[in-house]
Design a protein around this ligand. Sequence first.
Ligand SMILES: [Zn+2]
Length: 173
Amino acid sequence: MNENAEKFMREAIRQAKRAAAKGEVPVGAVIVRDGEIISRAYNTRETGKNALCHAEIKAIHRACRKLGGWRLPGCEMYVTMEPCPMCAGAIVNARIVSVYYGAYDKKAGAFGTLFDMNAFGLNHKPEIVAGVLEEECSALLSSFFFELRERRKREKKERNAEKEKQAKEMIEN
Ligand SMILES: [Zn+2]
């Protein structure tokens, strides 16, 4: 494994934390070329109101702008969660050389977990390194979803209490 993999994954984790702070599913990505980070991004699907706003797509978008072309030769991506089919497709299209991901995604992981984008004979196959700082990356996701469930429970309780109060008032009046 690239000796800097953990260092760059930590930067992706920092991006993921920025997503969580905005109430977004915490996924962060960075693109590295010649040992230098050339783009950083995090998931903004909710705040951007856009299905395309995954961390990987945004990071690719920024890297293409920076390098001035649709190909990203010599580029590596570090992303905290296994890319989905859309992002895996974008990674192949951008000719990214290697992808390092942290958490596995049973529901939509397209580089080995749900299926493997590299198994279809497409004209480019990125090298995949899975499970880099997996524990940290998964913990970010599970605590986010735990808090989300707790918040929903609390909100439901509050709504029910409000309804009860209104019903009581109607009876009393
Ligand atoms: Zn995606």
